[in-house]
Ligand binder design. Sequence first.
Ligand code: PMP
Length: 389
Amino acid sequence: MKGRKLLMIPGPIEFEPEVLQAMSIATDSHVSPNFIEVFGNSLELMRKVWKSPKGQPFIISGTGTLAMDMAVSNLIEKGDAVLVISSGYFGKRFKDILECYGAHTTILEAPVGEVVSLDEIEKELKSKQYKALTITHVDTSTGVLIDPKPISELAKKYNTLSILDGVCSVAGEKINQDDWGIDIVLTASQKAIGVPPGLALLMVSEKAIQVWKNRKTPVGNYYADWKNWLPIMKAYEERRPSYFGTPPVNLIVALEVSLKIICEEGIDKRIKRHQNLAEAFRLGIDALHLKRLPVTNELAAHTLSAIYYPEGVDGASLSAKMNASNVIIAGGLLSDIKSTYFRIGHMGAISASDILSVLGALERALIELGIPIESGKSLQAFQNKLIQM
Ligand code: PMP
């Protein structure tokens, strides 16, 4: 499409045309047999994407923050100790939500671009009994990826529940919920799941459901209480009509389409595609002599990249130049260093051709802003890597 903008922010992302078409069909009744089938099927497909055959899926109208709120409000009671493992802005959001429900939090914060070490986490878990710990798989503010597997193993060792914020990772980064023993993996629709904003998605382990059932005090959040939603999820999965709050019918129709696309591609293949594109993109960025936030490649997410502006370039002028080339990028998010970096999302339906457009636009923008780089260098680095893969 001429003049079409390429939305390269880390969510919402570019969506598949079939998903967008599904959004525009006539809205069905939330208790029609057709929609019940779509809802039930979406719940079943979620288990494949999360690799959680035993998990209890939830599809709720709301954003990723509601998914975090739902996890916390159902599992945590006033006075519970919770360990927050943070590598940026969204780690700290967990602390705020937890404190809202009276949890006693301890936060382990990584320096910018790094992750908290396993030794530090184990030391803290040994020091007292924590009810739960939270992990941000990819902190979208820094583009840092943490490996949740050894952390969830530590959580199990110390009899602590694990909650993974997978908002910027589910369907884009490797996740094996049941094998890794993570109690909740949550996300939102607008990222690698590939559906416009508006859905909070959670997968909850049998153990976490049991912990919720054994609560001593009622859940302090009416809308998020699993008491209201668990029977609805069970009914849709058993293909029975039910009602608590009207589900966002069109979004869920679109979700089924997107989950089918993800499963047709194959979840492992999809993760590999994200890894390959991200790795090649990083080489393109390196060829422009730009510095990235994650301090090592192992810590760099495959769903987005966070990149420092070169000296002499400010956010507003770079964004404007990129916009003029029809590429939308995001600014920084981490408050202390917000104005020093920008972010480019590369998840979901994104292809190698989209990334070539981004690198091309970025090269032109930097050259026009007076940065001495040679045009074509980043494209060449990207292409060479892809050809080798
Ligand atoms: N966690 C992470 C890692 C995120 O990237 C975001 C959104 N950017 C959220 C939580 C919150 O999601 P939402 O904006 O949908 O509430």
